[in-house]
Design a protein around this ligand. Structure first.
Ligand SMILES: Cc1cc2nc3c(=O)[nH]c(=O)nc-3n(C[C@H](O)[C@H](O)[C@H](O)COP(=O)(O)OP(=O)(O)OC[C@H]3O[C@@H](n4cnc5c(N)ncnc54)[C@H](O)[C@@H]3O)c2cc1C
Length: 392
């Protein structure tokens, strides 16, 4: 397989300079893989990306961009592309028990995940080669990596980035990557669109609404504008078999009014304008990753609880650290041994973002569900803090 020759790759002292050998092969063109392809391709490396789908199809994943994520998108040179399909949110209101408890000026964006990925893919396509295919095997070594597709095609590269999303895929198993379960059935996420029955616009751009009681198994409800109207994301701590799951799926508005009274005071009467999407999250970390020739990023390395709003922070930090700091140095000297790959997993910035994501997922769940004395006291303190906050 040959890659249309474009810019010469930056100085590569390795013996793997044959024209059909890529500098980097990326498995998966979700946000992680597409962003990595753009950053590396723009820097002049020969990059090949493989994904089974020519475009990212509509799916229920991240629907809101947080301020730190907008910042990293700017750093990576991807903000303008993503911004074109996003709805800017300037002020976020917080509420509980039928009352607005505060508001803050913020830079957030409501977006469809597939729009975000497809905008980034379009940018990547200008500087990297994206092909349609499913990777079934990877033979990794200290020097040259071979990536095998289900139709028999083969790609050779100096480095493979595994950005294939959810841990636990067949590919993970084939590669002997171990899945360490941190929290099974950690949370449920619901996504649906709403409008006011009166037809009037909502009196806010975004509302984060907390449960009335701190011992309810609910993280929060977030309502936010996207270009096509008001979107709702509800994050709760239930196993998929919980009877509440069926109730939310059948009629989320009635169930929300039952579980989170007073919402109608802030929103008025609302009706559903889409089907209800639901996603059950298990928290995992992939182990046995320190090996030659292969590096994992995004959800392929560590899953995320959506209630923390840290999934895109993790993805974009991985891309920033790996593609702007690690890979240029790695490709500058021969070989791709495990010692190089390990530098990425031990990068202090990456580790801080990963552990914040995992830590806040666990604390948020325990705050809502843990019945021990320690968390009763913790909840009581939070209740008082919120009550005092609402008086200010
Ligand atoms: C319901 C839900 C809500 C969320 N909400 C938020 C939020 O509000 N804020 C936030 O920051 N994060 C949120 N997240 C997390 C965020 O969406 C993810 O962290 C992020 O999308 C992960 O991106 P990724 O590129 O690693 O994986 P993905 O987007 O899953 O991309 C993986 C890609 O790999 C491809 N692939 C898979 N197998 C192969 C193979 N064998 N060969 C080739 N290609 C393959 C797939 O087709 C896909 O395109 C949410 C997640 C969910 C599930």
């Amino acid at each position: 397989m040959t890659f249309p020759s474009s810019e010469p790759a930056p100085s590569s002292a390795d013996a793997t300079d044959a024209p059909d050998v890529m500098d980097v092969c990326i498995v998966g063109a979700g946000l992680a893989g597409s962003s990595a392809a753009f950053v590396l391709g723009r820097a002049g490396y020969r990059v090949m990306v493989v994904d089974p789908r020519i475009v990212c199809a509509p799916c229920f994943k991240a629907e809101k961009i947080e301020p730190d994520q907008a910042h990293t998108l700017r750093e990576l040179g991807l903000f303008d592309a993503v911004h074109a399909t996003a709805q800017r949110i300037h002020v976020e209101v917080t509420g509980r028990n039928g009352m607005a408890t505060g508001s803050r000026v913020i830079e957030q964006y409501g977006i469809h995940y597939h729009d975000m990925v497809n905008s980034v893919r379009q940018e990547a396509e200008a500087v990297a080669k994206i092909i349609t295919g499913r990777v079934v095997a990877i033979q990794a070594s200290d020097h040259l990596q071979n990536v095998e597709l289900s139709d028999g095609r083969c790609i050779s590269a100096r480095l493979v980035i595994l950005a294939c999303g959810s841990i636990g895929s067949k590919l993970h198993a084939n590669l002997g990557l171990r899945k360490r379960v941190v929290s099974e059935h950690h949370s449920m996420s619901y996504g649906f669109s709403i409008e006011r029955s009166s037809g009037e616009p909502f009196p806010f751009e975004a509302l984060t609404y907390a449960p009335s009681r701190l011992d309810q198994p609910i993280a929060y409800l977030t309502l936010f504008n996207r270009k096509d109207g008001m979107r709702a994301n509800l994050f709760a701590y239930q196993p998929p078999t919980d009877p509440d799951v069926r109730r939310y799926l059948a009629d989320p508005i009635t169930e929300l009014n039952r579980q989170m009274p007073g919402l109608d005071v802030l929103c008025g009467e609302v009706r559903l304008t889409s089907h209800v999407e639901v996603f059950s999250i298990d928290l995992f970390v992939t182990e046995n990753v320190e090996r030659p020739g292969l590096v994992l990023i995004g959800d392929a390395f560590q899953s995320v609880c959506p209630s923390t709003g840290t999934g895109l922070s993790k993805v974009l930090t991985d891309v920033d650290v790996l593609c702007r700091a690690c890979i240029p140095a790695w490709l500058n000297t021969p070989g791709m041994g495990a010692a190089k790959i390990t530098q990425f997993y031990f990068n202090a910035r990456k580790q801080a973002v990963d552990s914040h994501s995992l830590g806040s997922a666990i604390t948020m769940r325990r705050t809502a569900t843990d019945r021990s004395a320690k968390f009763r006291v913790f909840r009581a303190r939070q209740y008082v803090a919120r009550w005092l906050g609402s008086l200010l």
